[in-house]
Design a protein around this ligand. Structure first.
Ligand SMILES: Cc1cc2nc3c(=O)[nH]c(=O)nc-3n(C[C@H](O)[C@H](O)[C@H](O)COP(=O)(O)O)c2cc1C
Length: 183
């Protein structure tokens, strides 16, 4: 399965990016995970939506061609970071590439609440008319990694917390099932 992954932090040492890399390595036998470079996307400009820059075209194509999309985001001021919203806005116009697309949202924070507010906003955004993704249902499927500094290995950068890893394994299995039944 081809999975396109969008990370809502462009920070070099981003924990959310570290989770994306952990997933890329851990699930490589079942999932071919490509991680997007959203830093290269320009600000959304409605004047350019019919003929956007090539990086935007490539980004939209990657979403359109993926069997599923994983979105891993920090919480900034109780919502999703602007860089992530900007990337999603590009996908929502002209050719709406998220329509019906299976999406698994996750988040990592350094504090206690594990991006819960950002996740709620993200789910609202993904339901907007221009997006209408098929999001892994809430009610136990939310992967909210809190206290990141205690759960990632400083040297390798990978997620090492056993309880979180086993929870993640279960939710990834659910996402794979959802993709299979969406086809
Ligand atoms: C501008 C900004 C706003 C933030 N707002 C929140 C917030 O609302 N809730 C929260 O739990 N953490 C917040 N944080 C802390 C982030 O959880 C923390 O910086 C985290 O490491 C960011 O993810 P990253 O490591 O992937 O870059 C904020 C950080 C920044 C830089």
């Amino acid at each position: 399965m081809n999975i396109f992954t969008i990370v809502g932090s462009i920070r070099k040492e981003s924990y959310n990016m570290q989770l994306a890399k952990t997933m890329q390595e851990r699930y490589k036998d079942n999932l071919n995970i490509e991680i997007a470079d959203i830093r290269s996307l320009p600000f959304f400009d409605q004047d350019e939506e019919h003929n956007p820059p090539q990086v935007v075209k490539d980004f939209k194509k990657a979403v359109a061609n993926a069997d599923g999309v994983i979105i891993i985001t920090p919480e900034y001021n109780w919502s999703v970071p602007g860089v992530l919203k900007n990337a999603i806005d590009w996908t929502s116009r002209v050719k709406r590439v998220f329509l019906g697309k299976p999406v698994m949202p996750l988040g990592v924070s350094t504090g206690m609440l594990g991006t819960v507010r950002a996740q709620l906003h993200l789910r609202e955004i993904l339901s907007a008319p221009g997006i209408q993704a098929k999001v892994l249902p809430p009610g136990g499927n939310e992967v909210l990694v809190n206290f990141a500094a205690q759960k990632f290995d400083e040297e390798t950068g990978l997620l090492v917390d056993e309880t979180t890893i086993s929870f993640l394994d279960d939710k990834v299995d659910k996402f794979i099932e959802m993709i299979k039944t969406s086809k």
